[in-house]
Design a protein around this ligand. Structure first.
Ligand SMILES: [Zn+2]
Length: 365
């Protein structure tokens, strides 16, 4: 199996186009055309995890955090990032990162956190706008089904848990083929009237190329008429953080105890308890201070995230209990997510989870 086949599986789940502007997710070292000998899943790439990959005959390391993030001007081994890159290249190891694109899909990093906490009815805390586009096209009535099928097969027409969604209305199209044209119906130089179906279908923006290609390739006309609109709607499956409900309201202290256990945290930093039961919980793996107000606005009793700075704790404003469980702690189950995605799709292929704890933060207790 080629590395690109593994990447395709990961990117079908979390499209690289969904990463934030500042991010550097994707293939960082190695070539997608290499034959893959085995894949090792990890949160961070360190020299130790590279060593582990080599010892286990894996030439692909799949990480959540991109080892090259800000760009490198020299690669002389002065920093751990440079040393990892040197080691990876010397040993023909490909490094692939699924970072904010994996944060931004509803079944990604945050769903793993929500699952650990037993949250039900999860939705995205801050869904993104302008993720969806609408395609409008016109096909002869008897060819409309072929066109719809082709566009559906390219991934269009998915709305939440429904697929093959479209709206269709019949009407009359007109056109006059000019000299040199090769019309599917009608005569050169004469205005033709054709019964057509207007087909409207939505799709996420990153599928545009394949959707338009499917349309053109499967439409009978020489010149295919179509319109594309960017929609203002939010996409409920794409965005930051997750909010959900506990099956039974929990006592604040009991719930914090559960959080500490589930995430194997050596310590939790949190704002003052509010003396009320916890029912609605928001979560965001990694640095999630930017969602504190959103979590409060949406009625969360507790917001669980990481990398909260001193002044940001004040932003809880007594509206919720803000809990910092640690960056590594919050995202550690992303390793299982990456592993499960591949193990399910390629049951006989060598996929491993790292045994190295890459958390650089230690607690002195
Ligand atoms: Zn992170």
């Amino acid at each position: 199996m080629k590395i690109k086949e593994i990447i395709a599986t990961l990117e079908k789940f979390a499209a690289p186009e969904l990463q934030e502007d500042y991010d550097n997710a994707g293939l960082i070292t190695g070539e997608s055309g290499w034959e893959c000998t085995g894949a090792l899943c990890t949160l961070d790439v360190t020299v130790e995890t590279l060593r582990e990959a080599i010892d286990n005959n894996c030439n692909l390391v799949i990480a959540h955090h991109p080892i090259v993030f800000k760009g490198l001007k020299r690669i002389n081994g002065n920093s751990y990032v440079e040393r990892v890159i040197i080691e990876a290249i010397k040993n023909d190891i490909a490094i692939y990162a699924a970072h904010t694109n994996l944060d931004n899909v509803i079944l990604g990093v945050n769903a793993m956190i929500a699952k650990r906490l037993g949250l039900k009815s999860i939705t995205i805390l801050q869904p993104k706008k302008k993720m969806l586009r609408r395609l409008i096209t016109f096909a002869p009535v008897d060819k409309a089904e072929d066109v719809r099928n082709a566009v559906f097969a390219a991934g269009a027409g998915q709305i939440g848990k429904y697929s093959e969604c479209s709206f269709n209305s019949d009407g009359t199209g007109t056109f006059k083929a000019e000299e040199g044209a090769d019309p599917y119906v009608g005569e050169i130089g004469e205005r033709h009237r054709e019964r057509e179906t207007k087909i409207e279908i939505v799709y996420p923006f990153y599928l545009e190329e394949q959707v338009v290609k499917a349309l053109i390739d499967n439409h009978p006309y020489e010149e295919v008429a179509y319109d594309i609109f960017t929609m203002e709607n939010v996409h409920f499956g794409i965005g930051a953080g997750i909010i959900g409900e506990l099956e039974e309201p929990a006592d604040e202290k009991d719930f914090l105890k559960l959080v500490k256990e589930q995430f194997r945290a050596d310590g939790l930093r949190h704002t003052e308890m509010l003396g009320k039961p916890i029912k609605t919980v928001a979560v965001c793996g990694g640095a999630g201070s930017f969602l504190i107000r959103k979590a409060a606005q949406k009625g969360s009793d507790m917001y669980i995230t990481a990398d909260v700075k001193y002044h940001e704790f004040f932003d809880a404003e007594g509206k919720l209990v803000l809990v910092d469980i640690g960056h590594y702690e919050s995202e550690q189950f992303t390793i299982d997510l990456l592993y499960d995605l591949l193990a399910e799709k390629f049951p006989t292929f060598a996929v491993l989870k790292t045994k190295v704890n890459t958390n650089p933060v230690k607690y002195f207790a």
